[in-house]
Design a binder for this molecule. Structure first.
Ligand code: OGA
Ligand code: MN
Length: 279
């Protein structure tokens, strides 16, 4: 296995490995280490059926639970992200977020495997949440250290959420539900269990408030921190190729889909790994 870190940003390109067959123990260890070190693993040229994607994922941990979206027929843990050439609905994941941060144990990893990549657009942006934390002034770090943020899925997935009220047809089947109104509280600064580094854990889609803080004050703090966290200097812009697999760490990154490929098909297969209670 060869590893080639991106220059200047998070992300590492892995080559000389095949993910369509069982990995050795040392390959699993090396992949996880590269993932801890660089936050986004990029593995080009990996043709994988949904079964092979599932088998790969199972070697790295426990498969996560992906609510509010209908899975692929016959593959209850695989989602297909699909946007048709004539589709007018916004790109799925088109606002900065960390996956499923409203869960009690949000996914550690999301794994996306490219099936059909449009000839223009369709990139994914990744922001480094370790760097965002580390760049805060010391007094701000202290001020945030013991704050706990309130997360919920209701913005997009609630009964009157974004996906329930959009007026363009969407190919992906989204299940808006009452369940999305539940809340979870997580530390605003979380410590990564793999590396012990601290990350800013807040995002515009799911973070709705701060425990014990008035709403307007909390809103302005959340907006300020989200703008800080997604500045260009923390961002890696990922360009896809067909058969490329990317695995990102939701505990220390945020991401967003860029769109910009109207008139072209984009298809991805997606799985998650279950994470732990954020601390
Ligand atoms: C996701 C997501 C971004 C993309 O799968 O969680 O946000 O570029 N995807 O498809
Ligand atoms: Mn996402």
């Amino acid at each position: 296995m060869q590893i080639k870190p991106n220059r200047d940003t998070i992300g590492v390109v892995i080559s000389d490995i095949r993910l369509d067959r069982p990995l050795s123990e040392s390959q699993v260890t090396d992949l996880l280490q590269a993932w801890y070190d660089y936050q986004v693993l990029i593995v080009p040229d990996q043709p994988l059926s949904p079964e092979q994607l599932e088998a790969f994922t199972e070697q790295l941990g426990e498969i996560g639970d992906d609510p509010f979206l209908e899975p692929m027929p016959g593959h209850k843990h695989v989602l297909e992200l699909r946007r048709e050439p004539d589709e007018k609905a916004t790109a799925f994941g088109g606002t900065w977020h960390s996956d499923w941060s409203f869960q009690a144990t949000p996914p550690s990893a999301t794994i996306l495997h490219a099936q059909t990549v449009p000839p223009v657009g369709g990139e994914t942006l990744f922001a480094d949440a370790f760097a965002a934390y580390e760049a805060l002034p010391e007094n701000k770090k202290t001020e945030l250290q013991n704050l706990r943020a309130i997360h919920s899925a209701k913005g997009p997935y609630g009964t009157d959420g974004f996906y329930a009220t959009e007026n363009s047809d969407r190919t992906m089947k989204i299940i808006n539900s009452e369940k999305a109104h539940e809340t979870q509280v997580h530390p605003l600064i979380r410590t990564h269990p793999g590396s012990g580094r601290k990350a800013l854990y807040v995002n515009r889609v799911y973070t709705l408030g701060i425990e014990g803080m008035a709403d307007d004050e909390a809103q302005s703090l959340i907006q300020e921190l989200c703008s800080h966290a997604t500045q260009d200097e923390f961002v890696y812009r990922h360009v896809w190729q067909p058969d490329m697999l990317v695995m990102w760490d939701n505990r220390c990154t945020q991401h967003m889909a860029l769109g910009g490929y109207d008139g072209h098909l984009r298809v991805m297969h997606r799985m998650t790994l279950r994470g732990e209670v954020p601390v």
